[in-house]
Ligand binder design. Structure first.
Ligand SMILES: *Cc1c(COP(=O)(O)O)cnc(C)c1O
Ligand SMILES: [Zn+2]
Length: 497
């Protein structure tokens, strides 16, 4: 829609006003730092950072109803800069001018309702939000669009010739970082560190295809993260892990979109998020809090984090009910089909601890929980979902397994409805599906395939090894006709037609 065609009430606000004041806030020592420098940790104490908007009070003067109108109408704008996560420009990074924003088609992913049969089997209505429909096929694109737009803005302001962007990854961060960096061309060179043999071939192909330097490191993600942190501390590189607080801002838009898709009515709504490095759950908690403070939603939804028993440090932390007694201990991860969340020492843990407190306090009761699920349950529920028309990855299966577990533990009731994060596209993790179908999981996964979910191709050969081709004279070739007939009859038999 053209700007002059928007209704008068929203027309002056469709284009956001650029500027405002933002700063990094250290979660440990509380010091504030200017956003004019690339910072990932507090220069004073090494603590993790979040970015605070200093104009919140001013913005709060606009009623929540007006904000809702602006964001709803803005989705009809054809301006590329406002079509993705920056639909919510004022709420994420108002300092970035529109001409520095990257838009590769991220965000506004669909909320797909479970069909009646699946709803019945699980016991309550629920949706998958398909984050696999982002450009690099995972939710990481939300954060990357914001972080790279900010970097693009800084490059312009500082007149930098070239920046080297680095990240450690369980697969999807590198795919996303490499994609957005490739779009910026010469200005951003990208290098990604991956744990050797612990990302899927599809995920490995992505940064390679985007032209990033791909460095495979012996070990697990947590080791790669340590190397990248060392680089960021000692060399002039831009870090693109979720330690980079700009990524958190971009990923908050997941919460904004859930609210928008449900007409901002989040009563009796439960949101499920798989937890790895805990950046995403940080963003989702922070996003809903923002909507609440600005008056767009009247109720904070319940949030349930999900972890595999093979990578469960956050679950373990919250097992202790008494706050004062809780102590965070990293865990040694075991192989997990939820490989993108196979992290034993989540970088965002201090953010989670603080935001969970704030969320529960604001809600006036406990609204955030963490559940643990088995590897078996993750695979079974991913396959169950996909047999009912979804495109959930293993982490999406983890979300559904988490819903089933939360119901069992009465953390969720049948009167509620759930939104499950299918964090990436199923195709990225098809290797695990194959292991399930062929019963070739290494023992340490502890997964036994269920017959009813297994599926494999059947060969229809009509007794011959090679395919036949018709001769030029169509319809005159008897042996070819016989071949087709034989095959057809075998298909009839196999399918019981
Ligand atoms: C990164 C990732 C996760 C974990 O998210 P965190 O922010 O690290 O907690 C889950 N699923 C997929 C597909 C991912 O790429
Ligand atoms: Zn500090």
């Amino acid at each position: 829609m053209k700007l002059q065609e928007f209704p008068m009430v929203v027309r002056p606000y469709i284009l956001p006003s650029i500027g405002g004041r933002m700063e990094y806030r250290c979660l440990s020592c509380r010091l504030r730092h200017t956003i004019d420098e690339l910072l990932y940790t507090c220069p004073e104490c090494g603590g993790v950072l979040l970015i605070q908007d200093l104009d919140e009070e001013k913005k709060k003067k606009r009623p929540g109803e007006m904000w809702r109108k602006i964001f709803d109408y803005r989705r009809m704008s054809t301006l590329p800069a406002l079509k993705g996560v920056f639909t919510f420009h004022e709420f994420i990074a108002p300092v970035i001018p529109l001409d520095r924003i990257l838009y590769l088609g991220e965000g506004h992913t669909p909320l797909v309702a479970a069909n009646t049969s699946l709803e019945k089997q699980i016991g309550l209505p629920f949706f998958f939000k398909n984050e696999g429909q982002n450009p690099s096929a995972s939710f990481k694109d939300r954060g990357m669009a914001c972080a790279l737009s900010y970097l693009n803005y800084l490059i312009g302001r500082k007149g930098w010739k070239q920046v080297l962007a680095v990240c450690a990854s369980t697969g999807d961060t590198s795919a996303s970082a490499a994609l957005y960096a490739a779009y910026l061309g010469e200005r951003v060179r990208s290098a990604v560190l991956l744990p050797k043999g612990k990302v899927t071939p599809q995920q490995l192909s992505q940064p390679l295809g985007s032209g990033a330097a791909v460095l495979e490191v012996p070990g697990v993600f947590d080791d790669c993260m340590k190397v990248v942190e060392y680089l960021a501390d000692h060399y002039p590189v831009a870090l693109l892990n979720s330690k980079n607080a700009w990524r958190i801002l971009g990923q908050e838009t997941y919460a904004f979109e859930v609210a928008q898709a449900l007409d901002y009515d989040l009563e009796h709504t439960v949101v499920f998020i798989p937890i790895g490095n805990a950046g995403n759950i940080t963003a989702v908690i922070s996003g809903f809090l923002k909507l609440y403070r600005y008056g767009l939603i009247a109720v904070l939804p319940k949030i349930i984090g999900v972890q595999s028993h093979h990578a469960n440090p956050v679950y373990r932390y919250y097992l202790e009910p008494r706050k004062e007694k809780r102590k965070f201990r990293p865990v040694q991860v075991k192989p997990s089909v939820a490989q993108a969340a196979m992290i034993g020492n989540p970088v965002s843990m201090p953010r989670v601890i603080q935001l969970v407190e704030e969320y529960n306090q604001t809600a006036g009761k406990q609204k955030i929980f963490v559940v643990e699920v088995t590897e078996q349950s993750i695979m079974d529920h991913m396959l169950l979902a996909n047999r009912n028309g979804h495109i959930a990855c293993t982490q999406g299966g983890e979300s559904l397994a988490g819903l089933v577990q939360a119901l069992k533990q009465k953390k969720v009731s049948r009167q509620e409805r759930a939104v499950l994060n299918a964090t990436a596209h199923a195709l990225k993790f098809s290797g695990f599906q194959e292991m399930y179908f062929e019963n070739t999981f290494p023992r340490e996964f502890g997964i036994r395939p269920k017959k009813r979910f297994q599926n494999r191709p059947l060969t229809v050969s009509a007794g011959q090894k090679r395919a036949m081709t018709p001769t030029k004279r169509k319809g005159k070739d008897r042996s070819y006709q016989q071949f087709i007939e034989k095959i057809a009859l075998q298909v009839v038999e196999l399918l019981g037609i």
